[in-house]
Design a binder for this molecule. Sequence first.
Ligand SMILES: [Zn+2]
Length: 348
Amino acid sequence: MRRRDFLKAAFTAAALTASSPSALLAAARKTPQVDGTAPAAGSDSEFVDSHLHYLDFLQGTDGLEALTKAMDKVCVGRAVLFGMPMIKQWDPSAPQKPKYYMSNDSRCYYYSGTDFLLLKHLGEAPEHVRRRFLPFVCGVNANDMNAAPLLRRLLEEFPGRIAGIGEIMCRHDDLTALTYGEPPRADNPAMLPVYDLAAEMRMPVLIHHNIAPSYAREPLYLQEMENALRHNRKARIIWAHVGVSRRVEVLNLPEIADNALRRHKNLYFDISWLVFENYIARDDASLDVWAALLSRHPDRFMIGTDVVGHWETYPRNITKYRPLLARLSPETAAGVSRGNILRLVRTY
Ligand SMILES: [Zn+2]
């Protein structure tokens, strides 16, 4: 199928979601089994992307074919791929259709259709494209006591297809402020059964949970994540961006991360998005500090692009890690750039 037709079919199907969910479900069920050991793409590549959004905040995408081409350009063999659990509302009063959650002051809300769109598109993609991706599911509200049952339902509807859970959106500065309801947090009673489910299914949970409010210098929300980590030691939690987001300016982040890793053996960090530019790669000295931290915990860190639905910026969001990786031993660099995430995901 030509790319334009591929996208047209995808968006037509998306538009039909509300009226014919059974058709979407049937197509999505064709998603093939995840094979974490598949040698084709990944084993001899430089990177595995551990944090990639197939869909943007309007649930749009450039599609899988274009994505694999972008990955090929920069030696990314495989990628953890998930949708976007939030959607930005287009208010009638807004003169322009928004593109991003911060485009205007309109609300955001939880959008569970994201998982079905991802699984449908993967189900329709050719085998050589499909095997590049490790699909995660994410479309639940972290404040909803039904979050774990809804995720379990998805795992049952798509047996053998899903490699992990996330990116679950908990505290997220402006995004939280723009979303109806109480701020979601990692230790919300609704999230605890999600960790139990992940442990039962032997899959990781990737969570965005700010370590502090904007402009706070102390990690005021660290305790919430620590409560989550203590709840079920068999649940492996990947804390996205080391808890950093826009305008999060905690002091001593490497020290805080080091101590948290020592206290919680089920904690992992992905260093995607702003934490890399704002903390890790600020200058040579900061790169040295973080390289030392990664070397002390060689199995606990992973890289990702956190690119959202459109792939023009994909290459530079993975090659940016090279100055950090160059400071690591070959073994540690291999773990951070590929092996650590592949060890965590569920394989079938
Ligand atoms: Zn993300």
